[in-house]
Design a protein around this ligand. Structure first.
Ligand code: NCD
Ligand code: ZN
Length: 346
């Protein structure tokens, strides 16, 4: 039985760090295990220009604990007013590693997102030219479309036409939740990849809704039925380099989640690596964990693999971890996978 695993230091290709007190509270949780992360730009107001991204990066670096080695990879929030020249300059300087497409209204803080994709065509064409990836929140916002179908409909209505219109554009479908998305990415030619979160490998919609509503399992895209979770598990553990980890760890204070209209987001930064080791071992794919967390992402983003390592050990006693992370804005509940964790980062 394998009880020790040494892998290249992992990266998180989709992470929410927020700002101010929340940034200071959650950043150490990610920096402890991860070398880099793609930092989501959905602040209020959003990170739109290269100047915004530079200032936000400085705030993140200033919030890092003493001695931590963590490189925040910045993104720009695509709006219908985004200037292609600013995007090109942000890429050329090395500051920005991706641009994020939020359909307007799709999720937390997405009001400034894109309504008409044709309006951002010039930006997408420049990105295709310079090789800057587009990260997509892949859900339509049409109120007529059932929330459980919004990802599949996005593929047909937005993703596929977009990739045909700008074929050289490199695209990451983020936090995929359906077998439809797995199939779409698996059957695509070069230039398309997908991130998968930790929580979508663990929960389906029953976890969210059966026996009482569980606000800490509510995120967007919302967890789907079990067949979809199993498709995500197969994709993540397959070794296919187009699938890699993006935790979408999205902290909200408990008072904003445990309320009549709770907001979306699961906070998984603290125990993600332990949960993933459990999941990959359960699926007989422990030797593929490193590809998913540490190799496939850099390969797609054309960045070097982290030089450092991460050591996981399986212990007989389940490990303990905090149920909540303290924050001046209100405590943040850590994702509960619903099973004991025996793999610990040492
Ligand atoms: C994210 C957030 O809270 O910023 N929430 C979530 O449920 N994933 C936004 C997002 O990535 O959709
Ligand atoms: Zn997210």
């Amino acid at each position: 039985m394998t009880d020790s695993l040494l892998i290249h230091r992992p990266d998180d290709w989709h992470l929410h760090l927020r700002d101010g007190a929340m940034l200071r509270a959650v950043l150490p949780e990610t920096a402890r295990h991860f070398g880099r992360a793609i930092i989501m730009p959905n602040l209020v107001p959003p990170v739109v220009t290269s100047a915004d991204a530079g200032a936000y990066r400085d705030r993140i670096l200033a919030a890092l604990p003493e001695g931590a080695e963590f490189d925040p990879l910045m993104t720009l929030y695509l709006t219908e007013g985004t200037d292609p020249a600013d995007v090109a300059a942000a890429h050329a300087s090395g500051l920005v590693k991706a641009v994020k497409l939020y359909p307007a209204g799709a999720t937390t803080n997405s009001d400034s997102g894109v309504r008409d994709i044709d309006k951002v065509r010039p930006v997408l064409e420049v990105m295709a030219e310079i090789g800057l990836p587009l990260c997509t929140h892949g859900e339509v916002t049409d109120p007529e479309i059932d929330i459980f179908d919004r990802e599949a409909v996005f593929i047909d209505r937005v993703m596929d036409p977009l990739r045909r219109a700008v074929p050289e554009l490199r695209v990451v479908m983020e936090h995929i939740t359906t077998s439809d998305a797995v199939e779409y990415v698996s059957s695509a030619s070069a230039g398309l990849a997908a991130t998968i979160t930790t929580h979508h490998l663990v929960i389906n919609r029953n976890h969210l809704l059966v026996g009482g509503i569980r606000p800490h399992y509510y995120c967007l895209p919302v967890a789907k039925r079990e067949t979809h979770r199993l498709a995500l598990r197969r994709a993540a553990t397959s070794g296919d380099p187009r699938f890699f980890l993006g935790t979408d760890s999205a902290p909200h204070p408990d008072h904003a989640k445990e309320t009549g209209c709770g907001c979306a987001g699961c906070f998984t930064a603290t125990n993600t690596m332990s949960i993933l080791a459990h999941v990959f071992e359960e699926d007989g794919a422990l030797e593929r964990l490193e590809g998913f967390t540490s190799l496939n992402g850099p390969n797609f983003y054309r960045l070097p693999v982290n030089p450092g390592t991460l050591h996981l050990e399986k212990q007989a006693e389940p490990m303990s971890y905090p149920a909540k992370i303290a924050c001046d804005d209100g405590d943040v509940t850590v994702f509960d996978p619903g099973f004991p964790l025996h793999w610990r980062v040492i």
